[in-house]
Ligand binder design. Structure first.
Ligand SMILES: Cc1cc2nc3c(=O)[nH]c(=O)nc-3n(C[C@H](O)[C@H](O)[C@H](O)COP(=O)(O)OP(=O)(O)OC[C@H]3O[C@@H](n4cnc5c(N)ncnc54)[C@H](O)[C@@H]3O)c2cc1C
Length: 390
């Protein structure tokens, strides 16, 4: 293999990939970022940014640019059961509603400004080599690129996971995600979750007076009512509204803005390897938190910074690369594993109709319990990097 043309390659230009790229470019490295799609694009996401994201944007030096997109302040979370039982809690700070269409583009533009070579429409098909030689990145559209370190930030499930033969692909993942934008009645400063048998549907406002509606549903439940064609997604939405009349009340007054629902299948909530063939995994490629926590984007931004920190250490002291890879996995777990476990348990609880209503009543009777759950399913500020300092 020839001389590396870049120090670092990042696969995936979502929040994790862009935050790692910006951080490493700011440290003076030559960074190339490959993104399979063209910006901007819609993604299945609740588009609610947890309060700690504002501090992560500060770390990246982009808070002013994000504010210029006019994110919507969100201060409360609300859960409504099919029978109308409701719990509302204040968030531990102001969250923001912002579309991925605008946010991902902004981050990629900022990465470019910092000197990152952003290759859009460039899908990585294979990664050869390792830290002891160098990596060769193969794509569908370019000749291979040689680099010294690779960060995998390619999201929940990608062709690259298959190419790397990642073990999480062996277990079936029973969830489907869907999202659309709507014009509808105001949602004030709430992120509202409506539960139905086998899933939940979240809605909150994003910039431009638009409501984002995003849901997670068990595949078997979805298949009972519909298949993946657009007409049948509409059939499923009708069924879901019949299950939760409070959700129906809002959706029946709202108009969809995208021609089709954006969808994703086999959403994986299981444990993944954090380092795969010497590649540092970040964001959803390292592990996905249950969406009800509304913390996946914060984890992706934070995880990108953590991976960047370790990429820097490996490049500074390559003789200790093995130790750094091991420490990276340990630090990742220390930072994120507790909140992921808690969110997964809460999601399982929420999807059991007989437990949901008594749980919501309990949360109403003991507000401190609700505050505890809201706090412990997200990061805190100051961003406390457990194991390393940023
Ligand atoms: C239903 C649902 C609702 C959610 N709601 C919220 C919410 O309200 N708030 C929140 O904080 N989190 C939410 N999340 C989680 C959040 O969306 C993710 O955690 C976050 O997007 C992770 O960012 P990422 O950068 O790791 O991945 P992504 O944003 O998915 O980015 C990965 C990128 O990699 C690219 N890519 C993939 N393969 C390749 C390849 N081979 N070559 C090049 N590029 C590639 C993709 O095109 C993509 O742009 C939700 C998740 C789901 C499923």
């Amino acid at each position: 293999m020839g001389t590396p043309s870049f120090d670092i390659a990042i696969v995936g230009g979502g929040l994790a990939g862009c935050s790692a790229a910006i951080s490493l470019a700011n440290l003076g490295y030559q960074v190339v970022l490959f993104e399979a799609k063209a910006y901007p694009h819609h993604k299945v996401c609740g588009e609610f940014l947890s309060p700690e994201c504002i501090h992560l944007f500060d770390e990246l030096g982009i808070t002013q640019q994000i504010r210029a997109l006019h994110p919507v302040p969100i201060c409360h979370v609300q859960i409504t059961a099919p029978n109308g039982a409701t719990w509302i809690s204040k968030l531990p700070g102001e969250g923001w509603g912002i579309s991925r269409y605008g946010l991902d583009q902004l981050l990629a533009d900022h990465a470019r400004l910092q000197g990152v070579e952003v290759c859009e429409n460039t899908c990585v098909t294979q990664i050869q080599g390792g830290l002891d030689s160098q990596f060769s990145i193969e794509t569908r559209s370019q000749s291979p690129v040689q680099v010294r370190v690779v960060i995998g930030a390619h999201g929940k499930r990608s062709n690259l996971d298959r190419a790397l033969n990642r073990s999480f692909l062996k277990s079936h993942q029973p969830f489907i995600g869907l999202k659309n934008h709507f014009q509808g009645p105001p949602l004030s400063d709430h992120v509202a979750l409506f539960v139905f048998p086998g899933g939940y549907c979240g809605m909150s406002e994003v910039e431009g007076g638009i409501a984002n509606v995003c849901l997670l549903v068990r595949q078997d439940i979805f298949r009972q009512t519909a298949d993946d064609s657009p007409a049948n997604i509409a059939k499923f939405i009708d069924w879901m509204c019949q299950q939760n009349p409070y959700l129906d009340r809002w959706l029946s007054q709202a108009t969809p803005m995208l021609d089709q629902w954006v969808s994703i299948g086999q959403v994986p909530f299981i444990r993944k390897q954090l380092v795969e063939r010497d590649i540092l995994m970040a964001g959803d490629a390292a592990g996905l938190i249950a969406p009800l926590a509304g913390d996946g984007m914060a984890m992706a931004l934070h995880g990108g910074l953590l991976a960047a920190h370790y990429a820097d250490r490996i490049l500074q002291q390559p003789q200790f690369a093995d130790v750094f890879l091991k420490n990276y996995a340990g630090d990742w777990r220390r930072n994120f594993a507790d909140r992921m476990r808690l969110a997964r348990a809460l999601q399982a609880f929420m999807l059991r109709p007989n437990l949901l209503t008594p749980s919501l009543h309990l949360l109403n009777r003991i507000p401190a319990l609700g505050d505890f759950l809201v706090r412990h399913t997200r990061g805190s500020y100051p961003i406390e990097q457990k194991g390393v300092s940023l």
